[in-house]
Design a protein around this ligand. Structure first.
Ligand code: PLP
Length: 460
């Protein structure tokens, strides 16, 4: 008889050290949540059991990365770790010139200041909080050109990160190509639920922008996860290693901003990479003002070394299969409890549809914020709002009301076990069972920028 047992994904590593966690009681959690103004960002990490706030800077580094930390060359200028990182970025991603930055938004700031003039339009496949804010602070305006499917959490299209080229063409007609310094393309689109862009779509976008003389800037924070989905889902890529797919993706773009705190498996770091010498020269000038010398950009030598090694590990097929495999495991488990989640399951976390979960709470009473608070209360699992609070206000002061009102269960890389995933799903299911008894909230404190980080709430 033929063996038909399917082999499970499993981690290509084992544990060498563990971090002990505090288990809290319901009354401790109630107190902590009240003090945090029902904002999970304001909770103390020591009051959290399983921390799914973000996959940013929360990865477990490998023994090799830790060994790399010991090889930090902390010279002010010309650290050997910088040259190692430069070589890795060139070899793995294919970009010519590198500017290290303390994290992704450092690169976004510099790039936006260089490329955007007042009144410019920056089309992109869905906004990202820091990316759009830097575009706006530089005088530009973001325009969403992602396909409509991305705004529908029920739609199971496999490449919801794709660009609608008709939307882009209309913008070019309306404003002229000169007003569009670049198209901003994220791989594994965070705000859409970790949804990939296809290679085919990216190639078509490249052909169109080339004709128009418009650059493509790649938000490559989760490029490896996107490449994995291309390998699994797109015709012609099944036998290609993720590493090759990553390089091909980058080859259709002119430069990139990177938050290495995600895919690249480090706790801090990022960079700007660019193929254009003139932009590089200006960025090298500017990095000195905002980050640090161009050979460290706000990072210690050891951080750059850990990043260089992490990038190499991030594009290994075994790693990415287990990483995404764990996320899908959690998603399937939640679907088993009939919890409404964004489909298809994305690369870095599970996005629960708070509008569907709590249909009796109107969007101006923050259903996603409310749900994140309830999950914490139930189990000490910390998640994050990705809805009306995160979307912020327009220049005219009105709230953005995004179609997607989500709670993000973001899975840190190489940190939690399958049993943790079970507890998370069980907790979400418990809250789902008593969903009718949950009331919405009102915002009682609102900061001016990126309000989701520090806003405070009260129950209505
Ligand atoms: C995290 C993130 C950023 C910003 O990077 P930081 O390192 O947090 O400054 C930009 N784009 C995307 C898609 C991200 O997920």
């Amino acid at each position: 008889m033929k063996n038909v047992i399917k082999r499970s994904w499993a981690e290509p590593y084992k544990m060498k050290m563990v971090e002990l966690l505090k288990m809290t009681t319901p009354s401790q959690r109630k107190k902590a949540l009240l003090e945090a103004g029902y904002n999970t960002f304001l909770l103390k990490s020591q009051d959290v059991y399983i921390d799914l706030l973000t996959d940013s800077g929360t990865a477990a580094m490998s023994d090799r990365q830790w060994a790399g930390m010991m090889m930090g060359d902390e010279a002010y200028a010309g650290s050997r770790n910088f040259y190692h990182l430069e070589e890795v970025v060139k070899n793995i991603y294919g970009y010519k010139y590198l500017i290290p930055t303390h994290q992704g938004r450092g690169a976004e700031n510099i790039l936006s200041k260089i490329l955007i003039k007042k009144g410019d339009i920056i089309p992109g496949n869905m906004y990202f909080t820091t990316t759009r804010l830097h575009q706006e602070l530089a005088g530009g305006k973001f325009e969403d050109i992602i396909i409509d499917e991305a705004h529908d959490p029920e739609n199971e299209f496999l490449f919801k990160g794709n660009v609608d080229l008709n939307k882009l063409e209309r913008l070019v007609k309306k404003y002229g190509a000169k007003k569009i310094p670049y198209v901003s393309i994220a791989t594994s689109v965070n705000m859409a639920g970790g949804q990939p862009i296809s290679m085919k779509n990216l190639k078509e976008l490249r052909a169109f922008t080339k004709k128009m003389g418009i650059r493509i800037i790649h938000d490559m924070t989760r490029v490896a996860e996107n490449a994995y989905f291309i390998q699994q889902r797109e015709k012609g890529f099944a036998n290609k290693p993720v590493k090759e797919i990553v390089k091909e993706i980058c080859s259709y773009t002119d430069g990139a901003t990177m938050s290495a705190k995600k895919d690249a498996l480090v706790n801090i770091g990022g960079f700007l990479a660019i193929n254009d010498w003139d932009v590089f020269e200006e960025a090298r000038n500017m990095v000195v003002v905002y980050e640090g010398l161009h050979t460290y950009g706000g990072l210690a030598g050891r951080d750059m070394e850990a990043m260089a090694i992490g990038i190499g590990e991030s594009v290994c097929d075994d790693h990415i299969r287990a990483r995404v495999g764990q996320v899908i495991y959690l998603g399937e488990k939640m679907r088993g409890y009939e919890i409404p989640i964004v489909k298809p399951i994305g690369g870095h976390g599970i996005f629960v549809d708070a509008k569907k979960f709590l249909p009796h709470i109107p969007q101006n009473q923050f259903p996603a914020q409310t749900l994140a608070a309830e999950i914490y209360l139930d189990s000490g699992v910390r998640t994050m709002e990705r809805g009306v609070v995160s979307a912020g206000r327009k220049a005219n002061g009105e709230n953005y009301y995004p179609k997607l009102e989500l709670v993000r269960f973001t899975i840190p890389r190489r940190v939690y076990t399958q049993a943790h995933m079970d507890v998370i799903a069980e907790s979400a299911a418990s809250v789902y069972e008593r969903r009718n008894k949950i009331n919405g909230m009102k915002m009682v404190y609102e900061p001016k920028y990126l309000r989701f980080f520090q806003a405070k709430f009260e129950r209505v």
